[in-house]
Ligand binder design. Sequence first.
Ligand SMILES: Cc1cc2nc3c(=O)[nH]c(=O)nc-3n(C[C@H](O)[C@H](O)[C@H](O)COP(=O)(O)O)c2cc1C
Length: 224
Amino acid sequence: MPSSHSAPPEELEAPLELDPSDWATQDNYFLLTGLVVPRPIAWVSSVSADGALNLAPHSYFNAVASDPPHVMFSSTGVKDTLRNVTATREFVVNLVSLDQVEKMNFTSTDFPPDEDEFAWADIAQAPSSRVRPPRVQAAKAHLECKLATIVPVGNSSVVIGEVVHIHVDPAVWRQGRVDPALLDPVCRLSGSGYARLGEIFKLPRPHWSDVEGSSGLERMPRRA
Ligand SMILES: Cc1cc2nc3c(=O)[nH]c(=O)nc-3n(C[C@H](O)[C@H](O)[C@H](O)COP(=O)(O)O)c2cc1C
C-alpha cells in the first residue's frame, strides 16, 4: 500500500498509511516518539576517559532483562554520553522524579564535552558503590551499570548495561516494593511534552490453568 501522505498532514481525514522511507527523518522521529508513549527517562551519568563528568537524559530507555538485570538506552548519533560509556564502560541511570524535571531538561543542553552538567545545573552528587560515575543525589533511585554491549541500529547506538548495584530511597518504598505514585516518574511524550502518572490500577496476570476449559472472556481478569 502506498503512503497516504508525503509529509505530516495538519488534519487526518482517513487513516494514515505510511512507508517511513517516504517521510523526512525529523517527521518520522516526531511520529514515533508521539506513538511510543509514555517513555521513562534514563538520566545517565558518565565519566570521560580523562575524568570529565557528564549527565544527560535519554528517553529511548527501558529494562531489557532481569536475571541478571540489564537496561538499555539509545543514543541518536554520537554524543558525550556514548563516547564516555564506550571509553570507560560504566554509567549510572538516575531515575527522574517530577521534582527534578527542570534540572533534567537543563542537562540536555548541548554543552561541549568538557562542561560538567552537574555543575551547570547545580546538581549535588553522591558517590556510586561499584562504578566511577557519581549519582544524582536527589534522584529517588539509581542503577549502577557496567557496559554489556553496544548495538548499532539505524542512526543510533543501543547501549545495554548490566545493573551491578541498585539504590532506592526509603521515601518511595512501601509494602515490599517501589510505590509508583511516590516515585512520581516523569513520563516523556514527544516534542517538549511530558506527563506524570495518572490513575493507577491493578490487573492480575492471566494463567492458562485458570483460562483452560472456559469459553474465553469469562475468565479474563478485570481492572480493579
Ligand atoms: C527528556 C529527554 C530525553 C532525551 N532522550 C534522548 C535519547 O533517548 N537519545 C538521545 O540521543 N538523546 C536524547 N535526548 C537529547 C540529549 O539529552 C541531548 O542531546 C544531550 O545534549 C546529550 O548530552 P551528551 O552529549 O552529554 O551525551 C533527550 C533529551 C531530553 C530532554
